[in-house]
Design a protein around this ligand. Structure first.
Ligand SMILES: N[C@@H](CCC(=O)N[C@@H](CS)C(=O)NCC(=O)O)C(=O)O
Length: 236
């Protein structure tokens, strides 16, 4: 793969982090370019991400140019899960998607489960708009997909299933450790206590393994996320 790939990201965005994780795990060359999503530059919304102006977005191919002056000759790809699949296709030997069709289907089911049962319920809870029970139900669903004795979400290798959920697991850990969020006081800590119990051992061990990975540490600004949560998810 010799085409240029530029990732437009925000360092605190979990969706951006999914893509960074996959790139790092695949040992793929890329250029990362930070975008201020609170004050998006015109060149970003018009030339890089005209379909919604969100990070992550990648440009692929075309000439190697200044990221702030993207070439019309590159392809623009947005939506974190679409980009994850794209990277797995670009790097078929990376293991980001297994070769076996059954395992591929399992990875895709896990990615879908993460979108439906983790992302929505967790960020709604953080914003004080969703229920504690839904977060736990989502975690229980995902735990049900994890196979006993395996290190990864699916099979014996790091895949886009692991990449899609890990940024959210890192943020869940912040919530359970600090109780920061717009939910009622104590509910974050209560969630932490519940997850330490025997019912969630498989899930919690999986979280511990994912948070220990060098790719996670390399792509994660924990202090930055804590500060962001403290600033934006203030109880009123
Ligand atoms: N479903 C999208 C969500 C991406 C997203 O919400 N990105 C946020 C940052 S975490 C963003 O770019 N927000 C700026 C905006 O919506 O204007 C994905 O998975 O890529």
């Amino acid at each position: 793969m010799s085409e240029q790939l530029t990732l437009y990201l925000h360092k605190l965005s979990p969706f951006s982090q999914k893509v960074e994780l996959a790139l790092i795990e695949a040992n793929a060359p890329y250029r990362g370019h930070q975008v201020d999503v609170f004050n998006k530059p015109e060149w970003f919304t018009s030339k890089v991400a005209p379909f919604g102006g969100k990070v992550p977005t990648v440009t692929y191919g075309g000439p190697s140019v200044d990221p702030q002056d993207p070439s019309p000759l590159s392809t623009k790809i947005t939506e974190s899960n679409v980009i994850l699949e794209f990277l797995a296709d670009l790097y078929p030997d990376s293991g980001l998607l297994p070769k076996d069709p059954v395992l591929r289907a399992k990875v895709r089911f896990f990615v879908d489960a993460n979108t439906k049962h983790v992302e929505g319920p967790f960020y709604d809870f953080l914003r004080g708009r969703g229920s504690y029970e839904n977060v736990l139900k989502g975690i229980e669903f995902v735990q049900g997909l994890l196979e006993e004795g395996r290190d990864f979400a699916v099979g014996n290798h790091y895949t886009i299933a692991d990449a899609c959920i890990s940024p959210h697991l890192a943020r869940l850990r912040i919530v359970t450790e600090t109780d920061i969020g717009q939910f009622p006081v104590g509910m974050g800590s209560k969630l932490g206590e519940e997850l330490k119990g025997p019912k969630f051992t498989k899930f919690t061990k999986y979280v511990d393994r994912m948070l220990e990975r060098p790719s996670l540490k390399q792509s994660y600004d924990k202090e930055g996320v804590v500060t962001y949560f403290k600033t934006f998810f203030v109880r009123v």
